[in-house]
Design a protein around this ligand. Structure first.
Ligand code: ATP
Length: 347
């Protein structure tokens, strides 16, 4: 009987538990015992006690966690895993447990870890689990749909209050390098301005000008959706110097949603307010879209490992779940949806 393993790595994302449960279900169906590796790649390198590193998976327990947010197996960054020495240690550990293949659920970084283990002879199948949606080979990843729905609910509520009080809103959503959550949220809520990290040298003064025009035209609840990583790509602007005549400034405070909102407030003469959606995007129950993707992806991952096929990643293309070689998938560079960005920021 072939034994396989599953782990979750990188940031947690809604749908990870559903995927782990489905891997457990399909491995049971295939007659392959399943080992759950805890805390991402940390569970493979002897960093913690065996109890905190891996567990034999019981389907009964897992059925209870399928629709829970977070990840039952825990997740953690593992800086050691960049080193070949630790990758070798991980593969040797898996072999010592008689494991014939691993399902790695995570984002781009986790897939690099999986790729390294594949090169060392341990077949791995990647399931994209990241709210960022920054894996270009796939149209979606576990958690993206849920994160967007959380943001959309929040922005709709914020816009209702913004309308009542004639106050523009600035809403920060997640996305360190990828503005997909911000753009999908803006599109789904009619938000008038979106700011994303893919646009280099975006100009805060232009954002202020556009916000002012919108308000003067009567749109007093105009909303700016900003991705958390966008501050690092903005055109240099000394916000502390600008804000000093208006409000208390803290030496060295970097640009952030609070400071951006203050700049917009004083530049537009409005009472713009800010909100940060934060962890609620990640810690929400998965939507049906994410849970059903978890089901199909898990089935495909287990089937591949059953046939002895590794070195593949699962994704969605043209609405269908598919798989492709991990090496090819990792070479596909993210393409920015500029047209959508321009459309949101027009009129
Ligand atoms: P998220 O999109 O939520 O950030 P991610 O999988 O991209 O998910 P990372 O923090 O980038 O998250 O990576 C998770 C882990 O994957 C790292 O802590 C490390 O253990 C492993 N990893 C990342 N990059 C590499 C690499 N180049 N080689 C080997 N392992 C890596």
């Amino acid at each position: 009987m072939k034994k396989i393993a599953v782990l979750t790595s990188g940031g947690d994302s809604p749908g990870m538990n559903a995927a782990v449960m489905e891997v457990s279900r399909f491995s049971a169906l295939a007659g392959m015992p399943l080992v759950g590796i805890k805390r991402g790649f940390n569970g493979l390198i002897g960093k913690f006690s065996p109890k905190d590193s891996y567990t034999h998976m019981e389907l009964d327990t897992l059925l209870d966690i399928a629709d829970q947010p977070g990840t039952y197996l825990r997740t953690a960054r593992c800086t050691e895993f960049y080193e070949p020495e630790y990758q070798e240690k991980a593969v040797a550990f898996l072999k010592s447990l008689d494991i014939a293949g691993v399902v790695v659920i995570g984002g781009d970084g986790s897939f690099h870890g999986a790729q390294a283990m594949c090169r060392l002879g341990m077949p791995c199948i990647g399931i994209p689990g990241t709210i960022d949606n920054d894996l270009e080979y796939s149209e979606t990843s576990l958690g993206f749909d849920t994160a967007v729905n959380v943001c959309v609910d929040a922005v709709r509520s914020i816009r209702a209050t913004s309308r009542s009080h004639d106050r523009p809103a600035v809403v920060e959503v997640m996305g360190r390098n990828c503005g997909d959550i911000a753009m999908a949220t803006a599109m789904s809520t009619g938000s008038e301005i979106v700011v994303v990290p893919e646009v280099k040298n975006w100009d805060v003064m232009k954002v202020a000008k556009r916000l002012k025009e919108l308000v003067e035209r009567g749109n007093t609840r105009a909303t700016v959706v900003v991705a958390e990583g966008a501050y690092k790509t903005m055109k240099p602007f000394d916000h502390n110097k600008f804000l000093a005549p208006y409000t208390k400034v803290y030496e060295g405070e970097p640009m952030n949603v609070r400071r951006l909102t203050h700049v917009l407030r004083y530049k537009t003469g409005t009472e713009a307010r800010y909100n940060t959606i934060g962890y609620t995007q990640r810690g929400h129950e998965p939507t049906a879209h994410d849970s059903s993707f978890a089901f199909e992806a898990a089935y495909m991952a287990v089937e591949l490992l059953k046939k002895g096929i590794g070195n593949e990643v699962i994704g969605v293309r043209n609405g269908r779940v598919f798989h492709m070689p991990i090496d090819k998938a990792m070479l596909i560079k993210p393409k920015f949806k500029r047209k959508i960005y321009e459309l949101i920021n027009s009129l």
